[in-house]
Design a protein around this ligand. Sequence first.
Ligand SMILES: Cc1cc2nc3c(=O)[nH]c(=O)nc-3n(C[C@H](O)[C@H](O)[C@H](O)COP(=O)(O)O)c2cc1C
Length: 199
Amino acid sequence: MVLVLLLVPEGSAVPHPPTRPRSALVVFESMFGNTGHLTRAVAAGLRGQGVDTLTLDVAIAAPPERVTADLLVLGAPTHSGSLSDITTRADAVRQGASSDRMIGGLREWLVHAHPDTAVHPGGVPVAAFDCRAHRLDPHRDAVDGAAPSALAMAGLQGFVPHAEPEVFYVRDLLGPLAPGEMERAAAWGRRLARALVGV
Ligand SMILES: Cc1cc2nc3c(=O)[nH]c(=O)nc-3n(C[C@H](O)[C@H](O)[C@H](O)COP(=O)(O)O)c2cc1C
């Protein structure tokens, strides 16, 4: 048997490994562009705190491989009180969204997404936000919506909740975003980043 000894001079501290920058993957769906705008603001908030951040649009993304990032962030519009499906996306297309966006949504992406437990034995943390319309969501504290649904699905896939679901508003079905929502999204991204690095 070969014994490997780690030689540390008596009295000296064991050196800490250098802290590496944290990484985040923000995966989003957007039929009319509003969740896309919010995603850019969330990503800017994360990057502003030094988190190496990639964004991925499910309409053009390849099927997911194992997620190796330190944080997964999910963003989607609320459709009929939940994540969209092919029927609600077809409805959005009838209302002017591009037909390229109809086939795959965040729900379908999540079915194939798993955390890379070889890189993160404790699991990959996940956070989620959704975009919804003021006039269709009069009960602001309702538990339903795309973000709670996305978090529940992600939990079943082995991701670990990192934050409460967050909600942003459009003024009407097609948009635009309600005033101040881009700033609120950037601030949420900063908060996620700070919780990730533990400061
Ligand atoms: C088929 C359909 C169903 C919707 N259902 C809801 C709903 O239940 N609650 C709500 O607040 N907004 C609802 N909306 C409004 C969407 O949330 C809104 O279009 C979306 O937030 C805009 O974001 P996007 O531009 O990223 O698609 C619905 C929209 C569509 C097209």
